[in-house]
Structure formats: structure tokens, C-alpha cells
Unconditional design. Sequence first.
Length: 448
Amino acid sequence: MSNSLIVAKFGGTSVADFPAMSRCADIVLADSAIRLIAVSASSGVTNLLVDITRQTEVAARFEAYAGIEKITLAVLEKLQQPHAVAAEIETLLADLRNLIETGGAVYSGAHKDLIQSFGERLSSVLFAQVLRERGAKASAFDVRRVLRTDSRFGKGEPQVKEIAALADVHLKPLLADQLIVTQGFIGADVTGQTTTLGRGGSDYSAALLGEALQADIVQIWTDVVGIFTTDPRLTSEARCIPEISFDEAAEMATFGAKVLHPATLIPAMRRNIRVFVGSSREPEAGGTWIAKQVEHKPAYRAIALRKSQTLITVKSPEMLHAAGFLARVFDILSRHQISVDLVTTSEISVALTLDETPGSAFNQNIEPALVELRSFCEVTVEQGLSLVAVIGNQLHSSKGVTGDLFSALEKINMRLICHGASRHNLCFLVQEEQAAKVVKDLHQRLFN
Ligand code: ADP
Ligand code: ASP
Ligand code: MG
């Protein structure tokens, strides 16, 4: 067995069904350094679980449940020895049915996270069996024993020190002689209540586990052959990036490149763990290496797109030359736990975009914050915007960057351009309907 340790994460499409899981098994079995595997829920399952938590009628919840059962049993039936895990799968499904029946009209945050945890719990049991049927010694491991978070349901904050200590005791010894299959996305607070890390959080789980176990490499296996110059769904001209720095990839993830959960690179950077992104469908097609040092640092690396942005403009003519205007605005937002993404200011106004990631405080807290702001300012709220971010190197000081941008987007009404604060990005808002075309045109200008 290899001395180096790789944590491999397989996303939803990679474990969507039995053939997909078999391809993942090929990848795991081809590299003896892969010893810890974190899986997502099979494709579509988490959406169905979210659907259950949103429905108020038991019958509608059971409709969503039926979809989950179908996906799960389809894998179970393809196993050589389904009986080996059938009871465990049935127990999980029965627990889920029970939560549906006894849930009342509205689920609490704790209940929502518990329900959403079933996808990963089911897929990990199934995938461990797929590996065993291929001759490997493999067990499913409940990640909630080690992945400690705070009690913020929907967006649990990982407790890094506790995770490392728990992993040392409960997980590390197991890795010595077997493959461990565990769940991405989910964790537990100090009282043992199930939490989740937010949608797409399995990438983050893999990096956190890699950090706790001091892994050499974290692999993110997905449905694209690496990180591209932009989302390949937006333009056929997008190209795979063979090598990218932590900083650039972290900016891409933050600004909406869905291929990585925004927080994935934080643990990797803390421990300097290289991250590989590749396709479980075409493992031989290569992929992207994310590392601290890279050979090439082009001015333009990629374009990311984040939809559904809200722009708030706060204006107060009385504040002309008055000190403390910005402080007052930010104080209100901070008291309402609203985190601000981008900011531009003039003497009497400030325009900002807000973090609306699911699980963030945005939806509950925005209204009371607006009421307070309106007590001394004129406030306008614009929705239906998308944020386009150009990611690269030394963008703040490179010649011609704004020229390239403006000439590519002559006919576009750009809102709130942020340039200069970061070496690695330049971003702006456009109307949602125009966003896909903007990315396409800009990509052509910057990368062709
Ligand atoms: P998984 O289920 O494996 O976690 P995701 O759907 O979360 O997969 O992420 C993969 C998707 O991310 C791709 O199918 C692609 O459409 C999208 N994506 C967005 N931006 C990029 C990018 N720059 N490079 C590659 N993929 C991207
Ligand atoms: N299953 C979770 C989701 O769909 C987490 C993940 O896939 O990363 O959001
Ligand atoms: Mg994902």
C-alpha cells in the first residue's frame, strides 16, 4: 500500500447510477493511494430531499420520496449481492418515511438538514458495496462522527480543530487496512444533531477531511474533465485549464464556477494540499491541478458567472461631506448578519451586492435591514442581475484590461464595475437575460 494519502470525492452525476458508480470504482481501485472516498448523493436526490422539506402536504412529500426510492433501488438491484446492504438501505428509507409522516406542516432547520442528509447516507452505503463486490475491503463510515460543525443548519461552519482531533481517533486508524467510503455535504454539531454545509458542499467536505488527515492530494471527480476557462455549458469555446493557482481557483469558486464549492480551497490552502479536478467518465482525459505555485500565470485565466444578484443603492444627499455615512450603512447590514459582496461608492451613495447563497441570512434579514436604511437614506433595490467575474493575474495593473472589456461589451449596460481591489478579479453586473451572451462574447475576446 502506498504511503501517500489521497481523498477522492465523487459528485452527484459520478454516483448517479450503478454504471456511474462502477466507473468510480475503477478509479479508486487503480490507485492504492486513494483510501478515503467522499460521495455526494446520487444526482437529483438532494433536490428531491429539499422538495420534501418544502412541501407542506404529506402526499406531495411522498411524491418526492418515490423519486429517491426509485434511484436508490435501481442501484441496489444491479448489485451482485443486494442482500448485503438491503437491510441497511431499507432502514434508511424507513427513517426517511417516518420523518415525512411525523414532520408536521413545517420542518425546523434541524429537521431540514436531517432530511437532506439521507442522499449521501444512501449513496455511501451503496458505493461501499460496489467496491466490496470488486474485491476491495471497504466500509461505509458515518462522517458525522468526525465532521463537527456549529449549529447553523443549512450552512454549518466546520470546526477545524475538532474535526482533526475526531478524525485522528475515529477515522485515521480505519484507513490503515481498508477503503473508507464516507459522505460529503453533511456533518453534526456538538450535540450530535445533523447539519449540512450548504448546497454543493461535498467538495468542501473532501477538502476538510483531506486537511484533517494531512492528505497529499484531494481529487474532485465530476462530470467535466477539469476546470474550464468558463462554464463549458455557456460556450463551446471553453477550454480545460491544466494548472491553476489556489488564489485563482478560489476566486473562480467564489464567483460562481459551480465545479467547486466556494469554500473548497480554504482547507487545501491552509495545508498546501494539491487538488485535482477530473471527469469520472473520462479519467484518462486528464484534468486540472490546483496548487500553490504554477508555472504560467496569464493575465486572463477564466470567466465566472453568478446569477440572481441583488444590487442595493443607498443614497443620502444629506451625507455630502458628512463623516460616518458608510460606517452607518455597514453597521446596519452587519447587525442583520447580511454579508456584502461588492461595493462601489460615491460621496453621497453606496452601491452594493449582497451574498444570497442559500443558507445565508439574506432572505430573512433583508427586509428589517432595508427599513432601517430607509430611515435616513433613499434605497433602491434591483434584482434579476448576474455577476460576471474575469479571473486572472495582476489584473489591477495589467495594461489594456479595461479596454478589452469595454470593447467586447460595447453594447451592454454594465452595472457596478469593481476593478482594482483584487489582483485576481475584475467584476461587473449585467441583466440576467444578457449574462450568457456577455460571457460568450467576452470569452471570445479574451481567450481567442
Ligand atoms: P458535481 O455533482 O460533480 O459536484 P457540479 O454540477 O456541482 O458537479 O459541478 C460541475 C459543473 O460545474 C459542470 O457540469 C459545469 O457545468 C459547471 N461549471 C461551472 N463553471 C465551470 C468551469 N469554469 N469549469 C468547469 N465546469 C464548470
Ligand atoms: N448532494 C449535495 C447537493 O446536491 C452536496 C453535493 O453534491 O456536493 O447540494
Ligand atoms: Mg458540486
